[in-house]
Design a protein around this ligand. Structure first.
Ligand code: GLC
Length: 409
């Protein structure tokens, strides 16, 4: 598929998944792309950021609308939800198959990886629209401060998530133990999640108390890498404004904490910290590689991640890299285990992050292979949610929004 064809197919998906209207419940206009019309018919936080980045290549005006819609979901205290149910009539069907933590019927009470400032930066660079940037800045400042205030009770620079979906890597095996997961299936996962939700019932909406209850409490490496990455963008967007220093400093603090507390020299990988006791969860997954998105990660760490993990055929270097879980993990499931996601297949968003990072760290061939293989998977199987890492068989949702990130690779 050449560039023109790829663009035309991506455009078709983004247009088909585009939702425009006025919400009955708040009278606000919305204009955004759903991840998938069938499986995910609402606005998801990090999906929307990826859609906006892809749209900078096709329709910069729509890229702005996507993010403006997402930012319009910000609450007075700065919080931005992980799902916004713009079209409420679709909610009953969705909630019959999924569970979502809520304090309002209209949006989730949970977060997703905080990449939004980077998406705003990209859209601003693509359009040069000062008004767009100026409108976004106060919302972003309030959001990243909200995260620090509500999700970093021990003030170590690492924010914590309260349930696995907040990391966007929902059923990753790294959460199995914390969830007490025995039935290794999506139903088992949902059942385990229901127990967490039940325990949260009286606490929902008060994240500091939820974290204090220490039920599901992860200082997650993927989330914190993206948190630092996002704050770097915010500092750049702020330019000469006084808050720029604050976010530059906070990004450094998060990077330093990742290195000091999550890096495991013996394993050559980063591990999440579980609970208030910060017990390292010693399991390598795609998230263990994510600090590579930080351009100033110390060289010896970059080399260990690349040499010991990325490049190894027994771990991440499969025919269609990079799998969400390395092949060496006993819980690796390369196929499609019925919605039991993030346990082996290759996803385009993590490939997008890591191909750019590897290139930046001086590994252009590895980056190129990831891009070529991702392109091949899309060509072979269409814009799917994720792919079999040995065969590129398309899995999960069809016409999946963020797979259009291939345009930005
Ligand atoms: C799944 C993914 C999550 C994504 C959502 C919508 O829940 O795990 O990362 O945001 O689908 O695509």
């Amino acid at each position: 598929m050449d560039r023109a064809e790829l663009e035309s197919r991506a455009r078709q998906i983004l247009l088909t998944n585009l939702r425009r209207g006025v919400a009955d419940w708040n009278g606000k206009e919305f204009s955004f792309v759903v991840p998938s019309l069938t499986g995910y018919p609402f606005q998801w936080f990090w999906d929307s950021c990826f859609h906006a980045i892809a749209l900078t290549h096709l329709d910069p005006e729509q890229a702005k609308a996507e993010l403006t819609t997402l930012l319009s979901g910000a609450q007075p205290d700065g919080f931005i939800p992980h799902i916004i149910f713009w079209e409420m009539e679709k909610q009953p069907d969705f909630l019959s198959r999924n569970i979502v933590g809520m304090t309002s019927p209209y949006f989730s009470a949970t977060i997703q990886p905080p990449i939004v400032a980077y998406a705003v930066e990209r859209v601003y660079r693509a359009t040069g629209d000062e008004q767009f940037k100026d409108a976004a800045l106060p919302v972003l400042v309030a959001y990243y401060r909200w995260l620090r205030r509500n999700r970093d009770p021990d003030e170590d620079g690492l924010i914590a998530i309260i349930q696995p979906e907040e990391a966007g890597t929902d059923c990753s095996p790294k959460y199995d133990e914390a969830l007490g997961l025995e039935d290794l299936s999506n139903q088992g996962f949902i059942a385990a999640l229901r127990q967490v939700y039940a325990a949260y019932e009286p606490l929902r909406g008060d994240d500091r108390r939820i974290l204090d209850a220490d039920i599901f409490h992860f200082e997650d490496v993927l989330v914190n890498s993206i948190y630092a990455f996002g704050m770097r963008s915010l500092a750049r967007l702020l330019g000469d404004a006084p808050e720029a220093d604050e976010f530059g400093r906070e990004a450094d603090r998060t990077r330093d904490a990742l290195i000091e507390k999550c890096w495991n020299e013996k394993a050559g990988a980063f591990f999440d910290l579980q609970g208030k006791a910060e017990k390292p969860v010693e399991m390598v997954t795609i998230s263990s590689l994510m600090p590579l998105i930080l351009h100033d990660l110390p060289r010896h760490i970059v080399e260990r991640l690349v040499e010991d993990w990325v490049k190894k055929p027994e771990h991440f270097w499969l025919p269609y890299p990079l799998p969400s879980v390395p092949a060496s993990n006993p819980r690796f499931m390369p196929g499609n285990p019925r919605g039991f996601i993030w346990r082996g297949p290759t996803w385009v968003n993590t490939n997008w992050f890591l191909s750019h990072s590897l290139k930046g760290h001086g590994y252009p061939e590895l980056a190129e292979t990831i891009v070529t293989k991702t392109h091949e998977a899309v060509e072979k199987s269409g814009f799917r949610e994720y792919y079999h890492p040995y065969t590129a068989e398309g899995l999960g949702a069809r016409d999946f929004g963020w797979t259009t990130l291939i345009l930005d690779m």
